[in-house]
Ligand binder design. Sequence first.
Ligand SMILES: [Zn+2]
Length: 167
Amino acid sequence: MHNKNKIIISIIIFIILIFFFIRISSPKEIDDVHPEILCSEKYIEKSDVLWVIPIFNNTPISSNKKWCNDILSLNKSIGMHGVYHNFEEFNTDINQEYLNQGIMIFERCFGFKPEKFKSPQLKISKQNKKLIKENKMELKERVNQVIHKVYHCNDDGLFKNQIIDFF
Ligand SMILES: [Zn+2]
């Protein structure tokens, strides 16, 4: 093999290894948590951060108190993941009133306001980014998704949970 190619391949392997170790050592997350989305307990248990959808299929999480308490009792970090989780919901500009629906339902369920936010499909407009910051929520974006292992409740992520588990 040409020497230059050897160097390039070594660098690529090195970067993959670095990612592997960063992902293995960082807290795990799970997206799309909602009482109406079937979720594998195994992956909820493995995760440190639960990304909860406040209203899904027009069902607010706060209408299921038992579920709220069950999630709370897991003692994990909980973040808000969209409001309704429509496709690319936060790619078009929303207003404070719209965001408030999610915050209110979240608070009614868990007893505290969300402190971190992840948008559906990780898509978010400039204006919405500003709005999230004004609401004192930490925005998690693509970098977060790459340096953490992120499972999906219904296993419909770009990569299957089993693959995420491995890499
Ligand atoms: Zn999602």
